[in-house]
Write a protein that binds this ligand. Structure first.
Ligand SMILES: [Fe+2]
Length: 413
């Protein structure tokens, strides 16, 4: 979608499709480009009138002009604004630069600077405490020649964030952040032509790519002072629980918790990445696709990941607030986040009047949302029951009769 915005409202990650005014007066010779650096951003903002952005290829404005009451409410409830985005983009850009140096060092056979890596992990970790949505948003954007480095920064951030969500002790969170940052270091010795190839890889090129975990493990093995988890994640982050991964086709019990976490973070970032030539999936599309695959990801960890980013596939059975079962609905039209339709009391073991609930952002209470297995609660076909509830029809499990029942709307915090 094309949008006209004031030049001073431009942010990192927007995709520019043109400028208003005489073309000679704007500071670029190209009209179509991703704002991928502070220098480009500064030049866009010096424009005289307005800039046209393409929101299908880059970031939208944080709070649209002519905002509705609902979006104003969203902004006050913790969504990020321009200042957050700018700060996050600056940090992401700096970290991407450090990772590039790290990869260059590996290519030249130099020793990896573990102190610099730790400093960066701590800085990302600190940023995520207050500014996680903005940081994750800016790291979705991958300039073509920096995609591998920005991906490493993004996976580092996702690992730290997921580890905190899972209640991992702080010293382990730091090690998992390092592991995320270094997981693809083996790509340092894969040709850029292969890494950045926009068309399908040949069999030989694919074989080359699949060697990067082993290359990386060998490099990290020669580096003193790295935690063992960084080596484990580097070597195994492409393994899958059903044995279809590589390089060792490991299965279930042979795959550590850290590796299970890394595979979720790695695939999610790869699916949602926005390139100048590729739109990338939305977070909801990526989570829905990952949840639909059997045997690749640890279900418990994937659910914790959903909780952490606040994105759930529609039709998922969850427990809310300890004693209510709910189903996730498709995204709310006002963009207020995930909506849960509560329909069953686990205390009374009976269906209840439907209530639609939007959890306030940053809910971290352990029992706010928990995964539930439909088989535990419903003998009848869950997909039929779930579809009826999502459509607003009351379900009686004994007779499976349905009748229309308008839901109540509530907001919980
Ligand atoms: Fe990888």
């Amino acid at each position: 979608m094309l949008k006209r915005i004031r030049c001073e409202d431009a942010t990192m990650g927007m995709f520019v499709r043109g400028f208003e005014g005489k073309w000679l007066s704007h500071p670029f010779w190209k009209n179509h480009f991703l704002i991928s650096s502070e220098e480009k951003l500064a030049r866009v903002r010096t424009g005289q009138i307005a800039v046209i952005i393409d929101t299908s290829r880059g970031l939208d404005v944080a709070v649209p002009q002519g905002e509705s009451a609902a979006t104003k409410q969203m902004a006050t409830k913790g969504r990020f604004g321009r200042a957050d985005t700018t700060r996050a983009a600056e940090l992401a850009q700096r970290c991407t630069g450090v990772v590039k140096t790290l990869f260059d060092d590996c290519r030249l056979g130099r020793t990896i600077d573990t102190a610099a890596i730790l400093l960066m992990v701590d800085e990302i970790s600190g940023e995520l405490v207050h500014n996680m949505p903005a940081f994750l948003a800016v790291t979705r954007l991958k300039a073509k020649d920096e995609a591998t480095y920005t991906h490493s920064v993004a996976v580092c951030a996702l690992m730290i964030s997921l580890a905190r969500e899972m209640g991992v002790p702080p010293y382990e969170v730091r090690e998992l952040g390092m592991a995320g940052l270094l997981h693809d270091i083996g790509k340092a010795i894969v040709s850029d032509d292969i890494l950045h190839k926009p068309t399908p890889l040949t069999r030989e090129e694919w074989a080359q790519i699949k060697r990067h975990p082993t290359f990386g493990y060998e490099m990290l093995s020669r580096t003193p002072g790295l935690p063992p988890v960084a080596l484990d994640v580097c070597l195994h982050h492409h393994e899958r629980l059903d044995g279809t991964g590589y390089p060792s086709s490991l299965i279930e019990a042979d795959i550590s918790r850290a590796v299970r976490m890394a595979s979720v973070c790695d695939v999610y970032d790869a699916m949602t990445s926005i390139r100048s030539y590729k739109k990338g999936m939305s977070p909801l599309e990526a989570i829905t696709a990952m949840d639909a695959v059997d045997g690749h990801f640890d279900r418990t960890i994937l659910f914790r990941f959903m909780r952490n980013i606040g994105v759930y596939p529609a039709g998922k059975l969850v427990r809310l607030g300890g004693n209510r079962l709910a189903i996730t609905l498709p995204p709310h039209p006002n963009g207020l986040g995930c909506v849960f339709r509560a329909f069953y009391s686990t205390t009374d073991t009976r269906f209840t009047r439907y209530e639609d609930i939007i959890l306030a952002e940053h809910v971290s209470c352990d029992d706010a949302v928990a995964a539930e297995d439909p088989i535990t609660w419903f003998h009848a076909d869950w997909s039929t029951i779930g579809a009826a509830i999502m459509a607003g029809r009351r379900v009686d499990c004994n007779a499976l009769f349905t009748r229309n029942l308008p839901p109540e709307i509530a907001t919980a915090s």
